[in-house]
Design a protein around this ligand. Structure first.
Ligand code: FPP
Ligand code: MG
Length: 333
């Protein structure tokens, strides 16, 4: 399947939001398709499978909408849109290995079809292609910013993995992890969008902060989805954080605030063998108000993101960036 195939019905709304950058997204797809072409048998199959992995293209869209809200899209933005999408796809391919996930975007994961070894190498292939592509801009700024962001992203995942099983993980540590593993890349997209539109430093800083708060809101909502989402709607394996004892905001909050008996019950569910932690923990998290707490945190990060957009004059693209922050919290996939 081509990376250019039409999006499924459940993405129509996102597609409508992206109308002002529709042509730019087509340009990004073209770059993705040309860069990732391989005639080597086997490799071409793995790359073709990524066509089924096509998501909302949120990261290139963020970069392009930021650029348009700042005054205009240049050809460098198209190249950078393809770069951030390749990096994001690489992280998902690797993440599914770490999570032993079997479904991503409604289709079997690369690891479930080809195994972990091919998945790691495919992730590396995407990642190195992304760096090679960003180097074609002949501008050290892009490589430096992308290098720093991906470095932090890996550090965030490493941090998360070393905290596995730690039932005393604090909210600050959780924020440090999601700031690195998710918000750093969304911030990087907005930074590149604004920088390559020639914005002054203060505007670039505000839009980077927009991307960072949006990323935090997005990841908290994603972690809520892991606990209370429906796999058929989300299109990916859920409950993996709980099975792997990767504590996220609702559980951290419960273990810090609920009465001792409830905390003891929750700790014993988390450490028990077997794979039904989600079903057992959901009522505990609901009754303690932990899910509501996490949702309200996500909402305040979304509001903080919107406030940072005030540095720009009103425009349809600025309004869409604000809507994206709101949708990051209220979604089922
Ligand atoms: C999804 O988190 C994963 C990430 C946001 C980052 C994953 C990063 C790596 C695995 C490091 C590898 C990096 C490179 C550059 C190749 P999640 O598991 O909470 O979300 P999910 O529900 O979508 O799986
Ligand atoms: Mg995962």
């Amino acid at each position: 399947m081509s990376l250019l195939t039409a999006p499924p019905a459940n993405r129509i709304m996102a597609t409508q939001l992206f109308t002002p950058i529709a042509r730019d997204l087509v340009a990004v797809e073209r770059i993705l398709n040309t860069t990732l072409e391989s005639s080597r048998p086997g490799v071409d199959q793995l790359i073709a499978h990524l066509g089924y992995y096509k998501g909302k293209r949120l990261r290139p869209a963020l970069l392009l909408l930021t650029a348009r809200a700042c005054g205009g899209v240049e050809s460098a933005h198209h190249t950078l849109g393809a770069v951030v999408e390749m990096i994001h796809t690489a992280t998902l391919v690797h993440d599914d290995v770490l999570d032993s996930a079997s479904i991503r975007r409604h289709v079997p994961t690369v690891n479930s079809l080809w195994g972990n070894q091919a998945s790691i190498l495919l992730g590396d292939y995407l990642f190195t292609q992304a760096f090679h592509l960003s180097a074609t801009l002949d501008d050290v700024r892009a490589c430096r910013i992308i290098g720093k962001a991906t470095n932090r992203l890996c550090e965030g995942e490493l941090h998360q993995i070393t905290c596995r099983g730690r039932l005393d993980l604090s909210e600050d540590e959780y924020y440090d992890i999601i700031d690195a593993k998710t918000a750093e890349l969304t911030a990087c997209c907005c930074k590149l969008g604004a920088m390559y539109a020639g914005m002054p430093d203060d505007v670039i800083a505000n839009l980077t902060a927009y991307g960072q708060s949006l990323g935090l809101a997005f990841q908290i909502a994603d972690d809520l989805l892991d606990i209370e989402g429906v796999e058929a709607k989300a299109g990916k394996s859920l409950g993996t954080d709980l099975e792997q004892q990767k504590l996220t905001l609702p559980l951290i909050w419960l273990l810090e605030n609920a009465p001792k008996e409830q905390c003891d019950r929750v700790r014993s569910i988390l450490t028990a063998t077997g794979n039904h932690k989600r079903e057992a923990l959901l009522p505990e998290l609901r009754s303690a108000g932990a899910l509501d707490y996490a949702r309200s945190e996500a909402e305040s990060h979304a509001a903080a993101a919107c406030a940072k957009l005030e540095c720009l004059p009103a425009s349809p693209e600025r309004a869409i960036l604000a809507m994206l922050a709101e949708r990051a919290v209220h979604r089922d996939h």
